[in-house]
Structures are given as C-alpha cells and as structure tokens.
Design a binder for this molecule. Structure first.
Ligand code: IPM
Ligand code: MG
Length: 360
C-alpha cells in the first residue's frame, strides 16, 4: 500500500518523538511491503517563526490532500516564550485548534492502558494497579468551550471574561455513535461523563446519548458526573471501558488517565472525522523543559502511528506488530527516564525508537 502522510513535527520534543515514529513506520513498510511517503509541514511555534502564523491556509490545504497527519506537539513555555506575547489567535495552540476544526476532527480517541510491566510506574496503590485497566477516552474535539464565543471586556467598569459552552444535538450524536461503535469492538460498556446536575449542555448530551444507546442494546450504558469520574479514575479505573465526554472534560480526564498509566509519554491518540482521514498525535505536550535532550519517551507517538495504520489504512496486522514490539521492549526491561524505577538503567529517545523498530 502507498500511504501519503503529512508529518508535523512541531515544537519542543515533537521533532524527537516523531522521528522515532517514522523510524518504526519505515520498519513496518520494509517488513510488510508498504511505502510511507512523508511531506513535512510546519505548525505551532516553528510556523510562527517562519510565517508569523501558527498554521497557514496552504499548510491546511496540503494536510487535507493527504491520507493522514502524524503530529508531534506544539507550543513552548507559556511563561518565557515570546510566542505567548502574541494575541491568543496567533499563538501555537491556535494552530492546533484550527487544524482540528478545518479537518472536522470531532472524535478524539485516547486509549489509556496499564502495561503489566509498568505497574510500578503507576502512582496508584498496588491493590488498584494490580487489577490493571484498559479504557478508551472518547473526547469530543471540535465543539464546546474550545470553540464557543469568547471575549474579555469591561462591563459597567468591571473587567469581565466570557467563554461559552455550546453543543447542538448533531455534534453530540455523531460522537456518541462513534463511542458506541468502538464499545462494540471492546468490552461493550459506555460511560457518559457530564455535569448534568448543573449544565444545560450536559443535559442535552444525556438526552441524545440515551437515544443513541437504544440502538446498541448489547452495550451497557451509564452516566457519571465529571467530578465523580475524576475520583473514580484514581479509585477504580478498571471499571471504565469507553468514557464518552465533551471537549473540556475530556482534556482534563485524559491527562489524569495518562498519568495512571505511568507516564503521559505512554498515551497515544487519534482524531478522526467522518471519513478514514485522521490526525495522530501523542496526548502529551511539547515538554519544552526536556526538549533537545533526547530523553523524551517516543512510545506515545509510536503507538499513535499504530493507531494511524489501524484507523486510516485498515492495516490491523501492521498495527498489531507495532503494539507487540512496544510490549516486547517493555517486557525486556527497556525504559525511558519517565517510566524507569529509581536506579534502573535508562535508554534515550532514539534508542527506544531503534529497539522498537528492530522488534517489528
Ligand atoms: C491536548 C492539549 C490541547 C488541548 C492544548 C495544547 C490546546 O492539551 O491535546 O489535550 O487542550 O486540546
Ligand atoms: Mg490536554
């Protein structure tokens, strides 16, 4: 198969981890007879530096013409980087929100799985970590607070900031359907996470999701308030299969879920639209504090490349090969700094990429 991929390495550790994912993809290509054609594009701080814009329309057009986008991370230190002196719509994050919106990537899948080998890296107490967990956070990605009207202005002499949380039933239905479809391929349970005791938008989420649930009688469906969900994630994460939620709650809960897998460097993600097109990126950020040191964990990005093979190219066997290679290196005891126990030997970012590609 001939796969055309836009590669956006981005800022911070992005270039380091994406380079390793490409190394692993090339190993897959070699073994299974596929060609991965990459076109590198700029987004985020590096695009600001070159074009004065975190994401140009030309870049969006090129990305759209490909089968998929492989992304590293964007952004820098919000305290010290000059990018954060720019107006909000010119900062690195604006590029990320623009590409999500322009490509219609409404469904963000973030699988949080505790590898048995990493139980000791899990910050939860042993009795909880012992049971393991395997959940899919389905985060709505193009609506809600992130894309509602916002402004800051003086009202009656008082500075006031407004952000609006809007959802319509169609936006909710399409992600709910995706959530139930994915649950059917997993343990057949969907937990809708909301704040229906306070928010109108959450009450609409419940109404629409309940309707969708009727079409999936085999799937166990429950609702959970978001504050309770935050608590349950650290108390009993094994209870979750598919966690379906709106944009902002999903942002927060996916960081929490990633941390209990041992490290945010383990959490991959896929952002999908109605077609096979997808954008694949690690859930973690650009980590400017460790950028350029070759110590970042590339596994989240490598697993995101596996998700790309599975969801965009229907190459399940090849995706399995990547996931098994990751399991293998962990079993063999190789660790990057973020998942190493005190005193355990550590491998660098590029070594981890090589070890995984050698096991394809
Ligand atoms: C994420 C990130 C982004 C988000 C930021 C960088 C805008 O935290 O992908 O989770 O909030 O969506
Ligand atoms: Mg986030």
């Amino acid at each position: 198969m001939n796969c055309n991929i836009a590669v956006i390495k981005g800022d911070g550790i992005g270039p380091e981890v994406v380079t390793e994912a490409m190394k692993v993809l090339d190993a897959v290509g070699k073994k299974f007879g596929h060609t991965f054609n990459y076109e590198q594009l700029l987004m985020g701080g590096c695009s600001i530096d070159k074009y004065g814009d975190p994401l140009t329309d030309e870049t969006v057009a090129i990305a759209k013409s490909k089968d998929a986008v492989l992304l590293g991370s964007i952004g820098g230190n919000t305290q010290t980087s000059p990018w954060y002196k720019l107006p909000p719509n010119k900062r690195p994050e604006a590029g990320l929100l623009k590409i999500r919106k322009e490509l219609g990537l409404f469904a963000n899948l973030r699988p949080a799985y505790l590898y048995p080998e990493l139980k000791e890296a899990c910050p939860l107490k042993e009795s909880v970590a012992e049971r393991g967990f395997d959940m899919m956070i389905m985060r709505e990605l193009t609506g809600g607070l992130y894309f509602g009207e916002r402004y800051t202005k003086e009202i009656d002499g008082v500075m006031t900031a407004v952000d609006t949380l809007t959802y319509n039933e169609n936006e909710i239905r399409r992600i709910a359907v995706k959530g139930f479809d994915i649950a059917m391929k997993r343990r057949k349970k969907v937990t809708l996470v909301d704040k229906a005791n306070v928010l109108d938008s959450s009450r609409l989420w419940r109404k629409v999701t309940e309707e969708v649930a009727k079409d999936y009688p085999e799937v166990e469906y429950e609702t959970m308030l978001v504050d309770n969900a935050a608590m349950q994630l650290v108390k009993d994460p094994a209870q979750f299969d598919v966690m379906l939620t709106e944009n902002m709650f999903g942002d927060i809960l996916s960081d929490e879920a990633s941390m209990i897998t041992g490290s945010i460097g383990m959490l991959s993600s896929a952002s999908l639209n109605e077609t096979k097109f997808g954008l694949y990126e690690p859930s973690g950020g650009s980590a400017p504090d460790i950028a350029g040191q070759n110590i970042a964990n590339p596994i989240a990005t490598i697993l995101s490349a596996a998700m790309m093979l599975r969801y965009t190219f229907d190459l399940d066997k090849e995706a399995d090969a990547i996931e098994n290679a990751v399991k293998k290196v962990l079993e063999e005891g190789y660790r990057t700094i973020d998942i190493a126990k005190p005193g355990e030997p550590q491998v660098k970012c590029d070594e981890m990429g090589t070890l995984i590609s050698e096991r394809i």
